[in-house]
Design a protein around this ligand. Structure first.
Ligand code: SAH
Length: 363
Protein backbone atom coordinates (compact mmCIF):
# COMPACT_ATOMS: atom_id res chain seq x y z
CA UNK A 1 0.00 0.00 0.00
CA UNK A 2 1.37 3.35 -0.98
CA UNK A 3 -1.36 5.66 0.24
CA UNK A 4 0.14 8.98 1.31
CA UNK A 5 -2.43 9.93 3.96
CA UNK A 6 -2.58 7.37 6.78
CA UNK A 7 -6.08 6.06 7.60
CA UNK A 8 -7.51 7.84 10.65
CA UNK A 9 -7.34 5.85 13.85
CA UNK A 10 -10.44 4.43 15.49
CA UNK A 11 -11.13 5.23 19.13
CA UNK A 12 -11.55 1.94 20.99
CA UNK A 13 -13.56 3.70 23.72
CA UNK A 14 -16.30 4.61 21.21
CA UNK A 15 -16.79 1.20 19.64
CA UNK A 16 -19.91 -0.88 20.25
CA UNK A 17 -19.55 -4.64 20.78
CA UNK A 18 -20.40 -5.53 17.17
CA UNK A 19 -17.87 -2.99 15.90
CA UNK A 20 -15.16 -4.38 18.15
CA UNK A 21 -15.98 -7.89 16.95
CA UNK A 22 -15.54 -6.72 13.37
CA UNK A 23 -12.22 -5.14 14.24
CA UNK A 24 -10.80 -8.19 15.98
CA UNK A 25 -11.96 -10.39 13.11
CA UNK A 26 -10.22 -8.08 10.64
CA UNK A 27 -7.07 -8.45 12.72
CA UNK A 28 -7.32 -12.22 12.44
CA UNK A 29 -8.31 -12.76 16.07
CA UNK A 30 -11.15 -14.73 17.59
CA UNK A 31 -14.35 -12.87 18.41
CA UNK A 32 -14.22 -13.44 22.17
CA UNK A 33 -11.33 -10.98 22.22
CA UNK A 34 -13.92 -8.24 21.73
CA UNK A 35 -15.37 -9.09 25.15
CA UNK A 36 -11.92 -8.87 26.69
CA UNK A 37 -11.40 -5.47 25.14
CA UNK A 38 -14.75 -4.22 26.47
CA UNK A 39 -13.84 -5.38 29.98
CA UNK A 40 -10.49 -3.65 29.87
CA UNK A 41 -11.92 -0.41 28.49
CA UNK A 42 -15.29 -0.07 30.23
CA UNK A 43 -14.83 -2.35 33.23
CA UNK A 44 -11.27 -1.88 34.44
CA UNK A 45 -10.87 1.47 32.72
CA UNK A 46 -7.29 1.00 31.51
CA UNK A 47 -5.48 3.99 30.06
CA UNK A 48 -3.28 2.18 27.54
CA UNK A 49 -3.67 -0.75 25.18
CA UNK A 50 -0.44 -2.16 26.66
CA UNK A 51 -2.15 -2.57 30.03
CA UNK A 52 -4.42 -5.23 28.53
CA UNK A 53 -2.32 -8.03 29.91
CA UNK A 54 -4.26 -11.02 28.60
CA UNK A 55 -3.74 -9.94 24.98
CA UNK A 56 -0.62 -11.00 23.14
CA UNK A 57 1.99 -8.41 22.43
CA UNK A 58 1.54 -8.93 18.69
CA UNK A 59 -2.22 -8.31 18.96
CA UNK A 60 -1.65 -5.17 21.05
CA UNK A 61 0.70 -3.85 18.37
CA UNK A 62 -1.91 -4.58 15.69
CA UNK A 63 -4.52 -2.74 17.75
CA UNK A 64 -2.30 0.28 18.25
CA UNK A 65 -1.70 0.51 14.52
CA UNK A 66 -5.46 0.81 13.94
CA UNK A 67 -6.83 2.52 17.02
CA UNK A 68 -6.23 4.73 20.03
CA UNK A 69 -7.77 4.79 23.48
CA UNK A 70 -8.83 8.37 24.16
CA UNK A 71 -8.99 9.90 27.58
CA UNK A 72 -10.12 13.18 29.15
CA UNK A 73 -7.67 14.95 31.40
CA UNK A 74 -9.00 15.85 34.83
CA UNK A 75 -8.01 19.44 35.61
CA UNK A 76 -9.99 20.21 38.72
CA UNK A 77 -12.01 18.48 41.40
CA UNK A 78 -14.08 20.10 44.14
CA UNK A 79 -15.86 18.51 47.05
CA UNK A 80 -18.77 20.50 48.45
CA UNK A 81 -18.30 21.49 52.09
CA UNK A 82 -21.43 19.55 52.97
CA UNK A 83 -19.91 16.56 51.19
CA UNK A 84 -22.96 15.92 49.00
CA UNK A 85 -21.46 16.66 45.62
CA UNK A 86 -18.14 16.30 43.88
CA UNK A 87 -17.54 18.33 40.78
CA UNK A 88 -15.01 17.42 38.09
CA UNK A 89 -13.62 19.58 35.33
CA UNK A 90 -12.13 17.71 32.35
CA UNK A 91 -10.03 18.93 29.45
CA UNK A 92 -10.41 17.70 25.87
CA UNK A 93 -7.43 17.33 23.52
CA UNK A 94 -8.12 20.74 21.96
CA UNK A 95 -8.08 22.42 25.38
CA UNK A 96 -11.87 22.78 25.69
CA UNK A 97 -13.33 21.96 29.08
CA UNK A 98 -16.41 20.15 30.30
CA UNK A 99 -17.73 19.36 33.71
CA UNK A 100 -19.33 16.41 35.44
CA UNK A 101 -20.86 16.23 38.91
CA UNK A 102 -21.23 13.29 41.24
CA UNK A 103 -24.23 13.74 43.51
CA UNK A 104 -24.37 11.72 46.73
CA UNK A 105 -27.97 11.45 47.80
CA UNK A 106 -29.00 8.76 50.29
CA UNK A 107 -27.97 5.51 48.68
CA UNK A 108 -27.95 7.02 45.21
CA UNK A 109 -24.72 7.89 43.48
CA UNK A 110 -25.69 9.94 40.47
CA UNK A 111 -23.25 11.03 37.79
CA UNK A 112 -24.40 14.20 36.02
CA UNK A 113 -22.65 14.26 32.65
CA UNK A 114 -22.13 16.77 29.84
CA UNK A 115 -23.01 16.15 26.20
CA UNK A 116 -21.56 19.27 24.56
CA UNK A 117 -18.94 21.92 25.22
CA UNK A 118 -21.14 24.97 25.58
CA UNK A 119 -24.63 24.87 24.09
CA UNK A 120 -26.31 26.49 21.09
CA UNK A 121 -29.72 26.99 22.73
CA UNK A 122 -29.02 30.22 24.63
CA UNK A 123 -31.44 29.76 27.54
CA UNK A 124 -31.24 33.09 29.30
CA UNK A 125 -30.86 31.80 32.88
CA UNK A 126 -28.26 29.09 32.15
CA UNK A 127 -24.52 29.47 32.66
CA UNK A 128 -23.71 27.08 29.79
CA UNK A 129 -25.93 29.07 27.45
CA UNK A 130 -23.68 32.08 27.94
CA UNK A 131 -20.72 30.21 26.46
CA UNK A 132 -22.37 29.66 23.10
CA UNK A 133 -21.80 26.40 21.25
CA UNK A 134 -18.23 25.15 21.11
CA UNK A 135 -18.29 21.43 20.27
CA UNK A 136 -20.19 18.17 20.40
CA UNK A 137 -18.61 15.55 22.64
CA UNK A 138 -17.72 12.21 21.11
CA UNK A 139 -19.36 9.12 22.61
CA UNK A 140 -16.00 8.16 24.14
CA UNK A 141 -15.83 11.53 25.90
CA UNK A 142 -19.32 11.13 27.36
CA UNK A 143 -18.50 7.58 28.51
CA UNK A 144 -15.12 8.65 29.87
CA UNK A 145 -16.72 11.18 32.20
CA UNK A 146 -18.63 8.29 33.79
CA UNK A 147 -15.56 6.04 33.86
CA UNK A 148 -13.41 8.65 35.56
CA UNK A 149 -16.05 9.81 38.01
CA UNK A 150 -16.77 6.15 38.78
CA UNK A 151 -13.13 5.38 39.39
CA UNK A 152 -12.79 8.32 41.77
CA UNK A 153 -15.89 7.21 43.70
CA UNK A 154 -14.58 3.67 43.99
CA UNK A 155 -11.13 4.78 45.09
CA UNK A 156 -12.31 7.32 47.65
CA UNK A 157 -15.42 5.71 49.08
CA UNK A 158 -15.52 2.17 47.79
CA UNK A 159 -18.85 2.89 46.08
CA UNK A 160 -20.28 2.59 42.58
CA UNK A 161 -22.26 4.99 40.45
CA UNK A 162 -25.93 3.94 40.46
CA UNK A 163 -27.55 6.51 38.17
CA UNK A 164 -26.70 8.75 35.25
CA UNK A 165 -28.39 12.03 34.35
CA UNK A 166 -27.55 13.94 31.18
CA UNK A 167 -27.97 17.33 32.86
CA UNK A 168 -24.50 18.79 32.62
CA UNK A 169 -23.35 21.11 29.87
CA UNK A 170 -25.09 21.00 26.52
CA UNK A 171 -28.31 19.83 24.90
CA UNK A 172 -28.02 16.04 24.66
CA UNK A 173 -30.61 15.66 21.89
CA UNK A 174 -28.60 17.95 19.61
CA UNK A 175 -25.72 15.46 19.82
CA UNK A 176 -27.99 12.52 19.24
CA UNK A 177 -25.79 9.88 17.59
CA UNK A 178 -22.92 10.24 20.05
CA UNK A 179 -25.33 10.41 22.99
CA UNK A 180 -27.12 7.18 22.08
CA UNK A 181 -23.84 5.43 21.34
CA UNK A 182 -22.52 6.48 24.76
CA UNK A 183 -25.69 5.31 26.50
CA UNK A 184 -25.41 1.93 24.76
CA UNK A 185 -21.82 1.59 25.99
CA UNK A 186 -22.68 2.55 29.58
CA UNK A 187 -25.22 -0.20 29.91
CA UNK A 188 -22.95 -3.06 28.80
CA UNK A 189 -22.40 -5.70 31.46
CA UNK A 190 -18.64 -5.44 30.81
CA UNK A 191 -18.65 -1.87 32.10
CA UNK A 192 -20.56 0.40 34.48
CA UNK A 193 -23.75 -1.51 33.52
CA UNK A 194 -25.98 1.51 33.98
CA UNK A 195 -28.95 1.48 31.68
CA UNK A 196 -32.67 1.87 31.18
CA UNK A 197 -34.37 2.99 34.35
CA UNK A 198 -31.15 4.32 35.83
CA UNK A 199 -30.50 6.87 33.09
CA UNK A 200 -32.31 10.17 32.53
CA UNK A 201 -31.83 12.39 29.50
CA UNK A 202 -32.79 16.01 30.07
CA UNK A 203 -33.78 18.22 27.14
CA UNK A 204 -34.61 21.88 26.71
CA UNK A 205 -37.37 20.72 24.36
CA UNK A 206 -35.88 19.66 21.04
CA UNK A 207 -39.05 17.95 19.81
CA UNK A 208 -37.61 15.90 16.89
CA UNK A 209 -35.05 14.43 19.30
CA UNK A 210 -37.75 13.48 21.81
CA UNK A 211 -39.75 11.73 19.11
CA UNK A 212 -36.69 9.87 17.91
CA UNK A 213 -35.63 8.84 21.42
CA UNK A 214 -39.12 7.48 22.01
CA UNK A 215 -38.41 4.99 19.23
CA UNK A 216 -35.10 3.68 20.62
CA UNK A 217 -35.04 0.39 22.49
CA UNK A 218 -33.32 2.07 25.45
CA UNK A 219 -36.23 2.83 27.82
CA UNK A 220 -34.53 5.88 29.22
CA UNK A 221 -36.02 8.33 31.64
CA UNK A 222 -36.83 11.61 29.94
CA UNK A 223 -36.80 15.01 31.65
CA UNK A 224 -38.09 18.09 29.86
CA UNK A 225 -37.06 21.55 31.03
CA UNK A 226 -40.38 23.36 30.72
CA UNK A 227 -39.55 26.38 32.89
CA UNK A 228 -42.45 28.57 31.71
CA UNK A 229 -46.20 28.17 31.27
CA UNK A 230 -46.86 30.53 28.36
CA UNK A 231 -45.27 30.58 24.92
CA UNK A 232 -44.77 34.29 25.30
CA UNK A 233 -42.48 33.91 28.31
CA UNK A 234 -40.88 30.65 27.14
CA UNK A 235 -39.98 32.28 23.79
CA UNK A 236 -37.93 34.79 25.77
CA UNK A 237 -36.34 32.49 28.36
CA UNK A 238 -35.69 29.55 26.04
CA UNK A 239 -35.40 30.61 22.40
CA UNK A 240 -35.88 27.02 21.22
CA UNK A 241 -39.56 27.60 22.05
CA UNK A 242 -39.85 29.90 19.04
CA UNK A 243 -39.47 26.77 16.93
CA UNK A 244 -41.12 24.13 19.13
CA UNK A 245 -44.05 25.53 21.08
CA UNK A 246 -45.29 24.29 24.44
CA UNK A 247 -48.25 22.44 22.92
CA UNK A 248 -45.98 20.54 20.55
CA UNK A 249 -43.59 19.74 23.39
CA UNK A 250 -46.39 18.36 25.53
CA UNK A 251 -47.57 16.28 22.60
CA UNK A 252 -44.08 14.80 22.17
CA UNK A 253 -43.95 14.08 25.92
CA UNK A 254 -47.27 12.25 25.71
CA UNK A 255 -45.94 10.24 22.79
CA UNK A 256 -42.82 9.36 24.77
CA UNK A 257 -45.05 7.99 27.51
CA UNK A 258 -47.25 6.04 25.14
CA UNK A 259 -44.32 4.44 23.26
CA UNK A 260 -41.99 3.85 26.21
CA UNK A 261 -44.41 3.51 29.12
CA UNK A 262 -42.35 5.83 31.25
CA UNK A 263 -43.61 8.97 32.87
CA UNK A 264 -41.66 12.01 31.83
CA UNK A 265 -40.40 14.54 34.35
CA UNK A 266 -41.10 18.20 33.73
CA UNK A 267 -38.46 20.42 35.27
CA UNK A 268 -39.50 23.89 36.24
CA UNK A 269 -36.93 26.46 37.32
CA UNK A 270 -38.30 29.00 39.80
CA UNK A 271 -37.14 32.52 38.94
CA UNK A 272 -38.31 35.26 41.28
CA UNK A 273 -40.95 37.48 39.72
CA UNK A 274 -40.60 35.67 36.38
CA UNK A 275 -41.87 32.09 36.74
CA UNK A 276 -43.01 31.89 40.38
CA UNK A 277 -46.47 33.53 40.32
CA UNK A 278 -49.56 31.77 41.66
CA UNK A 279 -51.01 31.78 38.12
CA UNK A 280 -47.92 29.93 36.90
CA UNK A 281 -48.49 27.17 39.44
CA UNK A 282 -52.10 26.83 38.30
CA UNK A 283 -51.18 26.90 34.61
CA UNK A 284 -48.42 24.35 35.16
CA UNK A 285 -50.93 21.98 36.74
CA UNK A 286 -53.38 22.59 33.91
CA UNK A 287 -50.86 22.23 31.07
CA UNK A 288 -49.48 18.92 32.27
CA UNK A 289 -52.85 17.38 33.15
CA UNK A 290 -52.95 15.22 30.02
CA UNK A 291 -49.40 13.82 30.27
CA UNK A 292 -48.50 11.16 32.85
CA UNK A 293 -45.59 12.92 34.50
CA UNK A 294 -43.66 14.02 37.53
CA UNK A 295 -43.08 17.69 38.25
CA UNK A 296 -39.70 18.76 39.57
CA UNK A 297 -39.34 22.31 40.88
CA UNK A 298 -35.81 23.71 40.77
CA UNK A 299 -35.19 26.92 42.71
CA UNK A 300 -32.88 29.03 40.56
CA UNK A 301 -29.20 28.72 41.29
CA UNK A 302 -27.90 32.26 41.10
CA UNK A 303 -24.95 32.63 38.76
CA UNK A 304 -21.81 34.42 39.80
CA UNK A 305 -22.10 36.51 36.63
CA UNK A 306 -24.41 39.43 36.54
CA UNK A 307 -27.83 38.16 35.46
CA UNK A 308 -31.25 39.67 36.06
CA UNK A 309 -32.54 36.46 37.67
CA UNK A 310 -32.94 35.70 41.35
CA UNK A 311 -33.99 32.70 43.39
CA UNK A 312 -37.39 33.27 45.01
CA UNK A 313 -37.49 33.49 48.81
CA UNK A 314 -38.23 30.26 50.68
CA UNK A 315 -41.85 31.18 51.50
CA UNK A 316 -42.60 31.85 47.81
CA UNK A 317 -41.09 28.51 46.83
CA UNK A 318 -43.17 26.75 49.48
CA UNK A 319 -46.37 28.49 48.37
CA UNK A 320 -45.76 27.66 44.71
CA UNK A 321 -45.21 24.03 45.59
CA UNK A 322 -48.32 23.88 47.76
CA UNK A 323 -50.52 25.46 45.10
CA UNK A 324 -49.20 23.10 42.48
CA UNK A 325 -49.74 20.07 44.71
CA UNK A 326 -53.30 21.20 45.40
CA UNK A 327 -54.09 21.35 41.69
CA UNK A 328 -52.30 18.38 40.16
CA UNK A 329 -52.61 14.63 40.65
CA UNK A 330 -48.96 14.25 39.56
CA UNK A 331 -46.06 13.79 41.98
CA UNK A 332 -44.32 17.08 42.77
CA UNK A 333 -40.72 17.24 43.99
CA UNK A 334 -38.49 20.14 44.95
CA UNK A 335 -34.85 19.81 44.03
CA UNK A 336 -32.68 20.84 46.89
CA UNK A 337 -29.64 22.62 45.73
CA UNK A 338 -26.91 20.16 46.48
CA UNK A 339 -23.52 21.57 45.89
CA UNK A 340 -24.65 25.15 45.45
CA UNK A 341 -21.60 25.91 47.53
CA UNK A 342 -19.34 24.43 44.84
CA UNK A 343 -20.77 26.21 41.84
CA UNK A 344 -22.89 23.19 41.01
CA UNK A 345 -25.50 24.44 38.58
CA UNK A 346 -24.72 23.76 34.93
CA UNK A 347 -21.68 25.44 33.59
CA UNK A 348 -20.83 27.20 36.79
CA UNK A 349 -17.58 25.45 37.68
CA UNK A 350 -16.45 26.10 34.14
CA UNK A 351 -17.29 29.77 34.52
CA UNK A 352 -15.47 30.03 37.84
CA UNK A 353 -12.40 28.40 36.33
CA UNK A 354 -12.44 30.67 33.31
CA UNK A 355 -12.61 33.71 35.57
CA UNK A 356 -9.57 32.48 37.48
CA UNK A 357 -7.75 31.74 34.22
CA UNK A 358 -8.49 35.23 32.95
CA UNK A 359 -7.46 36.79 36.25
CA UNK A 360 -4.16 34.91 36.32
CA UNK A 361 -3.31 34.03 32.71
CA UNK A 362 0.20 32.84 33.52
CA UNK A 363 -0.94 30.36 36.16
N1 SAH B 1 -29.95 21.10 27.98
C1 SAH B 1 -30.61 20.19 28.88
C2 SAH B 1 -29.75 19.69 30.02
C3 SAH B 1 -28.89 20.67 30.76
S1 SAH B 1 -29.65 21.80 31.90
C4 SAH B 1 -31.87 20.82 29.42
O1 SAH B 1 -32.11 21.98 29.16
O2 SAH B 1 -32.64 20.12 30.07
C5 SAH B 1 -30.26 20.85 33.23
C6 SAH B 1 -31.35 21.56 34.03
O3 SAH B 1 -30.83 22.67 34.78
C7 SAH B 1 -32.45 22.14 33.15
O4 SAH B 1 -33.71 21.80 33.70
C8 SAH B 1 -32.24 23.65 33.25
O5 SAH B 1 -33.45 24.33 33.06
C9 SAH B 1 -31.67 23.79 34.65
N2 SAH B 1 -30.86 24.99 34.90
C10 SAH B 1 -30.02 25.63 34.06
N3 SAH B 1 -29.43 26.66 34.69
C11 SAH B 1 -29.90 26.68 35.95
C12 SAH B 1 -29.66 27.50 37.09
N4 SAH B 1 -28.80 28.51 37.05
N5 SAH B 1 -30.35 27.22 38.22
C13 SAH B 1 -31.19 26.18 38.28
N6 SAH B 1 -31.44 25.36 37.25
C14 SAH B 1 -30.81 25.61 36.09
Amino acid sequence: MTSSSPPSLLDLKSLLPEELRTLVRQLGQEEYRAGQLLSWIHGKGVEEVDQMSNLSRAFREQLKARATLSRLREVERQLSPGGQAIKFLFELPGGERVESVLILDGKRRTACLSSQVGCPLDCKFCATGRMGFIANLKAAQIVDQLLQVGRALLAERGERVSNVVMMGMGEPLLNYEELVRALRLMRLEHGPAIGGRKVTVSTAGYVPGIRRLAREDLNLGLAISLNATTDELRDQLMPINRKYKIAELLDAAAEYFSLRGRRVTFEYVLLEGVTDADEDALRLAELTRGVPCKLNLIPYNELAEDTPFRRPPADRIARFRQLLENHTPMAVTLRESRGRDIDAACGQLYQAQERRRRAAPAG
